[in-house]
Design a protein around this ligand. Structure first.
Ligand SMILES: *Cc1c(COP(=O)(O)O)cnc(C)c1O
Length: 424
């Protein structure tokens, strides 16, 4: 089965004349249509707001697009907070969902008015001592056990480091209220990359029931329920994509049933989607630069795990299209590799593809989320550029590629590399 790139071979050949491979390219049209569909799917809820999970794609140009649609930012570190703040996301536009949070990050989040989503009961006291308890506060829930949908196990919250237990939430809300908090939210992230329309409604039921119990037992004013991330994308061509309209409507049904019965009518629904917002709208474009015929057939790319870590880290599947050979038979079996001195640096293993020739453009699908962002610098490899394919077909450089100078910049406090020759 095939997956269709969002850019044609002809167009891409033009683009690589201007921007050498490897680079990540993003599809502005796809991004905009998808965020509109999300907002429509939840338009039944007056306070609905998507806080884009910045870690999935921390590019300021991408964040500015989401800002146009009323989205906020979900941050979990100092630099993510700084990025959001400098782009004009203010106060309630920023959700700070972090864990094992350092003091300076609580202090900065509070200073810029971000909504703090506490990961742990013991953080109440930490926050109180550092800056006091803010008016609006959120707590992250972990129900423990296994998270199942229709008898199939989706994930294992009992083994996850995040969140309060139910008992801690009840006690925590009471303490927070006594210390001056007025508006409360709860949050949970129980399964990742779910490719089923049932994830959000199932999670919503758990969170709404918990929220009703919390309100009854603690008398707090519940302002929002944060369904967080976890809506997945079809990385393989066989998978059926989620239908956000079906998901939004199913959450509405649960909302009316549980909050309706409890007389809670103005609780806002928040989301912190990352993968769903960007995953399909990014691709890693690279060139086949080497071949190798030993115990297996190899194709070596000018990209490596530094540009896209998911296959090496999780054995994740990323579909590959050999540009210009979209309809050629997949009758060759390849390992498609990068150049790191690590044998897990493989974008595909035993993948059936058309015959690849040196110089072919290799399009690696679905890298828009947790792609560039996970990059690192092993083997001294440099991070790539990011390009935005505009709706009018033009391209915009939205991050330049790293240079050796960037790589060595952290030695600028001394002169040990003063004789480095950057002209090569
Ligand atoms: C990673 C993360 C998200 C986004 O998850 P996706 O699977 O990309 O949607 C949202 N919220 C928190 C707290 C996260 O850690």
């Amino acid at each position: 089965m095939r997956k269709i790139p969002f850019v044609s071979n002809k167009k891409l050949r033009e683009i690589v004349k201007k921007y050498p491979t490897p680079f990540h390219i993003y599809d502005e049209k796809g991004i905009r249509e998808n965020v509109q569909a999300l907002n429509e799917a939840f338009s039944w809820n007056e306070g609905f707001k998507e806080y884009f999970a910045v870690k999935a794609n921390p590019n300021p140009f991408i964040l500015k697009i989401f800002q146009e649609y009323g989205c906020g930012c979900d941050c979990s570190s100092l630099t993510e907070l700084m990025l959001a703040h400098s782009l004009g996301f203010e106060g309630e536009d920023i959700m700070f969902s972090s864990n094992a949070t350092p003091d300076n990050e609580f202090i900065y989040a509070n200073k810029i008015g971000a909504t703090i989503n506490l990961d742990d009961f013991t953080h109440i006291e930490v926050l109180d001592k550092l800056v006091g308890i803010p008016e609006t506060i959120s707590c992250r829930f972990n129900p423990g056990g296994l998270f199942t949908i229709s008898n199939s196990i989706m994930d294992n919250p009992g083994d996850a480091k995040y969140g309060f237990t139910k008992e801690q939430l009840i006690e925590g809300f009471k303490i927070l209220k006594s210390k001056g908090a007025k508006y409360f939210g709860i949050h949970a992230f129980l399964a990742s990359n779910t490719v089923t329309n049932e994830y959000y409604p199932t999670l919503a039921k758990t969170l709404f029931e918990t929220a009703v119990e919390l309100v009854e037992k603690t008398g707090v004013e519940l302002k929002f329920v944060n369904l967080s991330g976890g809506i997945g994308i079809p990385y393989t061509p066989e998978q059926e994509p989620n239908d956000i309209r079906v998901i939004g409507d199913a959450v509405r049904v649960v909302y009316e049933e549980i909050f309706g019965a409890a007389g809670l009518y103005d609780v806002a629904i928040y989301t912190e989607l990352g993968r769903f917002m960007m995953g399909p709208y990014g691709a890693l474009v690279s060139t086949a630069i080497r071949e190798k015929h030993t115990h297996k057939e190899y194709i070596g790319l000018d990209a490596c795990a530094v540009n896209l870590m998911r296959p090496a880290m999780y054995g994740a599947y990323h579909h590959i299209t050999v540009m210009g050979k979209e309809n050629a038979p997949c009758d060759h079996k390849y390992d498609v590799t990068g150049s790191l001195c690590e044998n897990n640096d493989k974008f595909a293993i035993d993948r059936m593809l058309p015959k690849i020739d040196i110089g072919d453009l290799i399009y690696i699908h679905d890298t828009g989320a947790h792609g560039f962002a996970m990059g690192y610098n092993y083997n001294g490899k440099l991070k790539s550029a990011e390009i935005l394919l505009r709706e009018d077909g033009s391209t915009q450089l939205i991050r330049r590629a790293e240079t050796p100078k960037d790589y060595f910049a952290t030695f600028d406090f001394c002169d040990i590399l003063k004789d480095m020759d950057y002209n090569n």
